[in-house]
Design a protein around this ligand. Structure first.
Ligand code: C5P
Length: 315
């Protein structure tokens, strides 16, 4: 198991000012921390084969972008999950709840924690929104209770929650293999400017993998070529290999996604590719101005359009 590239706390965490309550002479200090949970995009995604355990063996470049959720932690008697989003479950089915439960049980912590999710990442979009929140929950609880958790243990809990969670703990850019949990850190690479378009429906990752006909794939990414271009900061080479084999399922089902890809390219994107199992599409732009102009046009057609860049940690 690879260690966290940036050490524990791979995501931004900010301690809030302590709020002091005076109550019949007793002073309670209420602590609150915030952890940033960035979305991921797949710049390439290849599926090698279907494994005996039902999962698919992947080779994919994962990259964090600056479209982020924020998780706020405060003391409570039980594990509680709240959110400003009506699109996510708040009970025990929420991955954040599961993450909290797993780490608190593992470290024998009897106390609870209330986690508020400020949701900005579109749900069911192929952007690892749930996975990044779960990763942030693990990092947040580690910090909140000063657990000093071993990164390898966090990865293990993360992998048990979902295939994208280890990358979300790792952060930055990585080549992921296995079912997505074996990570090879990639160098910082160029700062990317992308326009992200999310049409108004969600797709089920499991359904997309189920629909994949590996024997009929005619277009796969050349990951070694991508890595070479990445190392040189060659945007043209990067764009040429932005290929996702899962498009053969999701784009086939929703032909509108082809329309979005084509429009982004018409509007100046160097290339456009679906992220993960979709349906979010990202268009890579050389110039921010062109991406800005494309955003104005795309916003006339779609509600969820985001001008995003590579995520850079602030600490
Ligand atoms: O790991 P996670 O729960 O996020 O995966 C959701 C579903 O996507 C899995 O149950 C599986 O059907 C499919 N999947 C897969 N191969 C992968 C990752 C996910 O078949 N590498």
């Amino acid at each position: 198991m690879k260690r966290l590239v940036n050490g524990t706390g791979a995501l931004d965490s900010q301690a809030f000012k302590a709020i002091i309550f005076k109550n019949t002479g007793v002073i309670f200090v209420r602590r609150k921390i915030m952890v940033i949970a960035p979305a991921k995009v797949n710049l390439t995604l290849d599926v090698k084969y279907k494994r005996a355990d039902g999962y698919h063996e992947l080779e994919t470049v994962m990259h964090q972008i600056d479209l982020v959720d924020r998780l706020y932690f405060e003391e409570d008697h039980d594990i509680k999950v709240a959110s400003d989003s009506r699109e996510i479950p708040l009970g025990e089915q929420n991955l954040v709840y599961k993450a909290a439960k797993s780490i608190l049980v593992k470290y024998g912590i009897k106390a609870g924690v209330k986690i508020f999710i400020e949701k900005n990442i579109p749900v069911g979009a192929g952007l690892a929104g749930g996975s990044t929140d779960a990763a942030a929950a693990l990092l947040g609880i580690d910090r909140f209770f000063s657990l000093g958790a071993d990164p390898g243990e966090l990865f293990e809990i993360g992998a048990s929650l979902g295939s994208d969670v280890p990358f979300c703990l790792h952060g930055a850019t990585a080549l992921a293999t296995g079912r997505g949990e074996i990570l090879e850190a990639m160098p910082a690479g160029p700062m990317l400017t992308m326009l992200l378009v999310k049409p108004p429906y969600q797709v089920s990752t499991a359904e997309v993998y189920k629909g994949l006909a590996l024997e009929h794939l005619d277009c796969r990414p050349d990951n070694p070529a991508f890595l070479l271009s990445w190392g040189k900061g060659d945007l043209k080479g990067i764009a040429a290999n932005m290929i996702n084999v899962l498009e053969s399922v999701t784009v086939k089902k929703y032909s509108e996604l082809k329309f979005i890809k084509d429009r982004l390219i018409d509007m100046g994107a160097m290339n456009a590719v679906m992220s993960g199992s979709g349906p979010a599409i990202i268009g890579l732009f050389k110039e921010r101005e062109a991406a800005d102009r494309a955003m104005t046009k795309m916003k006339k057609m779609y509600q969820q359009v985001f001008l995003v860049s590579s995520y850079v940690r602030s600490d």
